[in-house]
Every structure is written in C-alpha cells, then in structure tokens.
Design a protein around this ligand. Structure first.
Ligand SMILES: NC(=O)c1ccc[n+]([C@@H]2O[C@H](COP(=O)([O-])OP(=O)(O)OC[C@H]3O[C@@H](n4cnc5c(N)ncnc54)[C@H](O)[C@@H]3O)[C@@H](O)[C@H]2O)c1
Length: 408
C-alpha cells in the first residue's frame, strides 16, 4: 500500500498524463495505491464525480483511451451524464447479477467498438461493479477497468480487492475471476441519493472493518455515538471512516490477494459476521431482514462464539455490542420469527412450525456454507485486537446447537 505524501500525487499524475489542469479541491481529497500481486489499484476519494472523460482516463492510466463504456443501473444512471462515455443501463438488484446481464454488457462493448485497450467503467453498487468487472475480465481476455462505487458497501468493500462475479444456478458468486480495477473513484456526493436500507448495509461493513483493524483507533472512532442523520445528509463527513475501512480491506487483500484457503490471517477474516449473517438471510422470508441487519446480527453471534471459546474478552464483546446498538442494529439472538410472516399465517401455518422451519433453514444454510475447509465450518471471532479465524470443533458445535435451538 502506498500513500503519497503532500500535494496529491493523483492530481500531479493526472496533469502529467493529460496535459489538462484537472485540480479541483473537491474532487480528490485522498488518494491511496494498493498493490495486489503485481497489479496496482489506485483509489481516490473526493466529494464530486469526475467531470470529464480526460479525468477518468488519467485516473485509470488510460491517457490515450478514446473508447470506453459506462455500465450503470436505473438508479445510478443519473450520475453518468458528465462522464463523457456512452452508458449502458441495467435493471437494479441482486437478481440481475447474472450471466444474462454479463452477455449483453459484452455485446454493448463490442457494439461500441471497444478494443482490448478500451475502458469498462462500473458506476453503481456491488452488483454493477461485480458484473462490470467480471465482463471486463472476459472481454478480449481482459480490458481496462475503472469502478465508481455509489453505495457505501461498494465504496469500502466490493469495489476493492479484485473479486468479480455473478450468481449462477442459484449459487451466489458461483462464477467469477480475480480482476482488480485500475482505478476506484469514490465520489461521496453520490451517497446523497442512497436509500436508508442501503446505508445500513454499508454501516455494518464499517463496523466489521473497525473490528478487524488491529489498530484500536478505528474502533474508537466508530464506537463514539455516530450522528447518523448528519452522515447521511452530508456524506463527506463519513470520509475518514471510508478511508480507514479501505485501509483495513486493502492491507488484508494485499497479503492474501487470492484467498488462499491456508492463510489464517488472510481474506477469510473479511467474513466476520457473514457466516452467521448469510445463514440468517437464507432462513428468513425475502425482504424480512436487510443484508446490513443480518451482518450485524452475525457479528453479535461471532462475539458470543468468541466468548464461549475464550478468544473474545468480555469487555471487547460488550464494546462491540454497544457499538452495533449505537449504529441502530439489534444485537439479541431473536430473529423476529415469532411474529410469523403474513404469507405463512394466511396459510394457517402455526408460529411454532414457522419457527421450526426457520431454524431448519438456518441450520441447512450454515452447514452448506461454501467457505468450509476440509468439510469443517470456519468462523471469524473478535480478539482483544483484530480478529481470528477458527475452525469447527466440539465447543463450536455445542454453541451452534444452543443458538439454533434457541432461535425465536
Ligand atoms: N467483489 C467483492 O469483493 C464484494 C464484496 C462485498 C459485496 N459484494 C457484492 O456486492 C453486492 C451488494 O452490493 P450493494 O450492497 O452495493 O448492492 P446493490 O449493488 O444491489 O445496490 C443496492 C441498491 O442501491 C441502488 N443504488 C446504488 N447506488 C445508489 C445511489 N447512489 N443512489 C441511489 N440508489 C443507489 C442500486 O441500484 C440497488 O438498487 C452483492 O452482490 C455482493 O455479493 C462483492
């Protein structure tokens, strides 16, 4: 990871490359360069979006690129206007993270006459960025890629680290490649239109990143009661937290860019809260729990498991639970199934059998977690500083049984 000192290297670089004077104090506030194997990903954080094709080209080291295509969705197309490239607009949502989406992206790129030196620009959340990056990695065996993430989750997580992918045959991210973006361009103003539920998904990831950071400063920053209304109405106030979260992910990925299954301190750590959270999402009716709430619930369970195993000190677990609450997340074991769902109720299914079904779905989803190693589940649990990866043993199974049988 390279953090250029003094006046922004990005600005100097852009001017040098293009001959244009691009400096806008609101465009680039922070610039960071991460190295994944022999590949450099250059991240800029600013308030405003780039205002010209030349600026994007310079930031992507494609100073001579004349061809490019923006991939966005119906909610982010509003930001494509001044970027200077033709835009291909997709429907929004996880169900469009599919081959049926990627093939038309490739066709659109071909239609625009993109050569191998053409530039794919993903403008949107994790779905758009994962699909665009996947398509870019396939196009003529690899075209140039820039990502402009517009959700908090994508800014701090999905856009960085080179994982691309689509869902296939009902399995999330079944097909994918490792293909880091040359440039990740974060414009905080785009967060102004982000719906509250999407903010929450990003906030859960922020908390996760702060727990993973071995340096306690980040966790201290987020554990002070946040002014959530201020963050959402003036998104540039969240910039220091975004920067910290990017550093956490970037450092982890630099050490383990391809998620080596034997690397205990590597990319697998980024699953903190997700093993429990994904299982919960699978167990609930669609739309009953958001991704952010499920992740936060999973982080709370990771703390309990860590305490059972004597890895998470009590004061650390309490501080994490308190922080989750301060950011508006519920931390109790209850998953709210005691209310039943209207569809279930209308079919006359009793609450008790609904709870039982949810527990079974949760168990099944947990047991089929695709990040298992040698058939054993793995969990990430907080330590006094940072977090550790642990493997299923008798004590873990005992905790899981108690958790599942007690799910309400
Ligand atoms: N590649 C990785 O390393 C990585 C890491 C984490 C998550 N992911 C993937 O990211 C995806 C989730 O990403 P997400 O949470 O960004 O969801 P998303 O991409 O579905 O975006 C959420 C919603 O917000 C809308 N939206 C995006 N930006 C907006 C804006 N500025 N204003 C208004 N609406 C906006 C989108 O159109 C969409 O409806 C998942 O598919 C997940 O697998 C990938």
């Amino acid at each position: 990871m390279f953090r250029p000192p003094g006046i922004h290297w990005a600005v100097k670089f852009a001017c040098y490359r293009t001959g244009f004077y691009l400096f806008d104090p609101e465009r680039i506030v922070v610039s960071i360069c991460f190295h994944f194997e022999d590949f450099a990903s250059f991240v800029t954080i600013g308030k405003k979006l780039p205002q010209s094709k030349e600026e994007i080209c310079a930031l992507t080291d494609r100073y001579s690129a004349s061809q490019g295509i923006i991939i966005c969705d119906e909610n982010t197309t509003r930001y494509a206007g001044n970027l200077g490239f033709p835009a291909y607009v997709l429907p929004a949502g996880e169900r469009y993270k599919s081959w049926q989406t990627v093939e038309p992206i490739l066709r659109a790129a071909k239609g625009e006459g993109l050569g191998r030196d053409g530039l794919f620009i993903g403008l949107g959340g994790g779905v758009i960025c994962d699909c665009t990056a996947f398509a870019s990695s396939l196009y003529m065996r690899g075209a140039h890629l820039a990502l402009i993430p517009t959700t908090l989750l994508c800014m701090i997580d999905a856009s960085l680290g080179g994982k691309t992918g689509i869902n296939l045959y009902g399995i999330k991210n079944l097909a994918g490649t490792f293909y880091p973006a040359k440039a990740i361009i974060i414009a905080l103003d785009t967060l102004k239109s982000l719906p509250p539920g999407e903010w929450k998904s990003g906030m859960a990831e922020l908390i996760k990143a702060a727990i993973l950071d071995p340096d306690p400063e980040f966790f201290t920053m987020i554990s002070q009661k946040p002014d959530i209304q201020l963050l959402m109405s003036e998104p540039d106030t969240i910039q220091p937290l975004i920067e910290k979260a990017l550093m956490v992910k970037g450092r982890i990925v630099e050490k383990d860019p391809r998620e080596n299954p034997d690397s205990a301190g590597g990319r697998a750590l980024l699953n903190l809260g997700h093993t429990f959270g994904h299982a919960l999402e699978s167990a609930m009716d669609p739309g009953k729990i958001s991704h952010g709430e499920a992740t936060a619930w999973g982080i709370a369970r990771s703390c309990e498991l860590g305490q059972e195993l004597g890895i998470t000190p009590q004061d650390r677990a309490e501080a994490i639970q308190k922080t989750l609450k301060a950011w508006g997340f519920r931390t109790g074991t209850s998953i709210g199934t005691s209310q039943g769902s209207s569809s279930e109720s209308s079919r006359g299914t009793s609450r008790r059998s609904y709870r039982k079904a949810s527990r079974e779905k949760f168990r099944e989803a947990l047991l089929s977690d695709k990040k298992k190693k040698n058939g054993k589940l793995r969990f990430v649990v907080p330590m006094a500083k940072g977090a550790a990866l642990i493997e299923e043993d008798e004590r873990v199974i005992k905790y899981l049984d108690t958790l599942i049988n007690g799910l309400l």
